[in-house]
Design a protein around this ligand. Structure first.
Ligand SMILES: [Zn+2]
Ligand SMILES: [Zn+2]
Ligand SMILES: [Zn+2]
Length: 333
């Protein structure tokens, strides 16, 4: 059973995995490339290599866990957290820990091994977003869980170990610190100004224009004012809403369209870099986080996070966002 432990100085929670325990040798043997087509457990016909699916999209009446799918969601075979058990929280002197209850799932975005998100049709990207939503709505019913992280690692340098297009979902019994930082910031702004900080950003950035890359009726893609990473891009829904899963259909359609266009811009301008995509949405507690504003962040991996960043939590970004926005805007689609 994995365990969550809290650092007594900073209050930061970490997951200590017990099932995936590694000895020094295991790290030395770790792969340095992704798993390709020959051994891919996500390709059609290899459904038995993954745990049974919890959601799939099948138009042709094919049986679960058999070929014929367009998208599958399966529990991670090597989960960082596990769903069974009770959420026991206990102290040990000054230390705090709890059982690693949670869910860790993989969204296999397409049966086509080489069809990366940027190459998918808008309808296919929308199906991926549909799966995100369905899984959030389902896991929300579990009262032990407080927050869901949806993310995608693309490319080995961004943390992917498999080439096959996929995203991951981690549902946690706590609200993680990075999310907490944004929630706290949004609340402070709201308390002072009685306005949502993200709504304010959207209005100001659209009026200013220097950091806006592309927009449509529902979503704006922009380079944030103080990005941690070069070419970091945020996708903000123009209409206020705290939760991704409550977004209306036309909003997720617009997001799919803009994601495709933006990933193509990033691929062309930066030669298909590895990237991380993260969905930021409010924790499950209803009502409490209405001042939050859901969004998607995409961070190309162009530089490495090194000692300075680890030591300070301070990022050095070599590309001003105004310049990044200009470069991405000028890409011809
Ligand atoms: Zn595959
Ligand atoms: Zn807002
Ligand atoms: Zn965010």
């Amino acid at each position: 059973m994995p365990e969550l432990r809290r650092d007594p100085v900073t209050g930061r929670w970490v997951i200590i995995s017990t099932d995936r325990q590694k000895r020094p040798n295991d790290f030395r043997l770790e792969r340095t490339t992704t798993i390709g087509r020959e051994l891919c457990p996500f390709c059609p016909g290899r459904e038995s290599m993954t745990p049974p699916e919890v959601l799939s999209s099948r138009q042709n009446g094919s049986a679960p866990n058999a070929p014929g799918w367009e998208l599958r969601v399966v529990p991670n075979k090597f989960p960082a957290l596990q769903v069974e058990g009770t959420l026991d929280r206990e102290g040990e002197g000054l230390f705090d820990r709890m059982n690693g209850i949670g869910a860790h799932e993989v969204i296999i975005e397409t049966p086509d091994h080489d069809r990366q998100l940027a190459l998918m049709s808008e309808a296919e990207i929308e199906r991926v977003l549909w799966a995100y939503r369905e899984r959030i709505l389902d896991l929300k019913k579990d009262f032990r869980l407080k927050h869901i992280l949806l993310f995608k690692n693309y490319g080995y340098a961004a943390g992917a170990t498999l080439d096959h297009p996929h995203s991951q979902l981690i549902a946690l019994p706590i609200v993680p610190d990075f999310v907490r930082e944004e929630l706290d910031g949004a609340r402070r702004h709201f308390e002072v100004k009685e306005r949502c900080v993200f709504c304010d950003i959207i209005h100001q950035e659209i009026a200013d224009g220097r950091r806006v890359i592309q927009e449509n009726a529902d979503i704006v893609a922009l380079a944030p004012y103080a990005p941690r990473f070069a070419f970091e891009t945020w996708f903000l829904p123009k209409q206020h809403g705290a939760r991704f899963e409550e977004a209306q259909r036309h909003v997720t359609e617009s997001l799919a369209r803009l994601l495709k266009a933006m990933l193509q811009r990033i691929d062309r301008a930066l030669e298909t870099p590895p990237y991380n995509l993260i969905v930021h949405t409010a924790p499950f507690v209803e009502g409490l986080h209405d001042h939050y504003h859901w969004h998607v962040e995409v961070m190309p991996k162009l530089t490495r996070v090194a000692g300075f960043e680890w030591g300070t939590g301070f990022y050095i970004n070599p590309t001003p966002p105004e310049e990044a926005a200009k470069v991405l805007r000028s890409v011809r689609l």
